[in-house]
Design a protein around this ligand. Structure first.
Ligand SMILES: [Ca+2]
Ligand SMILES: [Ca+2]
Length: 149
């Protein structure tokens, strides 16, 4: 039993960044399938209303894993950027090991039970099959990655 090479788990993908006027940033990973269809991420922006009736902009990207709702008046700019993922590295410490499995299980159970997801969870890294969701399939792939001979 041995660890697979980290290089084989590195993936280049895109993420959507919405930069607010107050300096905060919202980032949504864009699933890998997207890259096989288009060359540049296409952002669609529609206007919606929140529960208080305030106008919010809803930014969505085809195949995106994230849906970001922000006040359009407070948006400074938005752009896409390429990022290098380390598939399986759910906690972002540059190593793929059992701690990532534990964190991913915590993430999926928090989703099921409506509790807070673990802080520092790297969604795009944990989405092993890049289908835009993190579930038991990804956990299985993570286990297989770690146990791979
Ligand atoms: Ca890790
Ligand atoms: Ca997945």
């Amino acid at each position: 039993m041995g660890l697979v090479s980290i290089d084989s788990l590195a993936q280049t993908t895109y993420e959507l960044v919405i930069e607010m006027r107050d300096g905060t940033k919202h980032v949504a990973p864009i699933a890998k399938e997207w890259n096989t269809i288009y060359e540049q991420p296409h952002i669609q922006c529609t206007v919606d209303y929140d529960s208080d009736g305030n106008v919010v902009a809803v930014f969505e990207v085809t195949w995106a894993t994230g849906r970001i709702q922000v006040d359009p008046a407070k948006v400074k700019r938005m752009y896409t950027q390429s990022v290098t993922l380390l598939l399986g590295d759910a906690n972002g410490d540059d190593v793929v090991d059992v701690a990532d499995i534990v964190m991913t299980i915590n993430y999926t159970t928090s989703y099921i039970y409506g509790s807070n997801p673990p802080s520092g969870f790297h969604f795009a890294n944990a989405d092993m099959n890049c289908d835009g969701s993190v579930d038991e399939t990804d956990i299985t792939m993570m286990v297989n990655t770690i146990l791979k001979k």
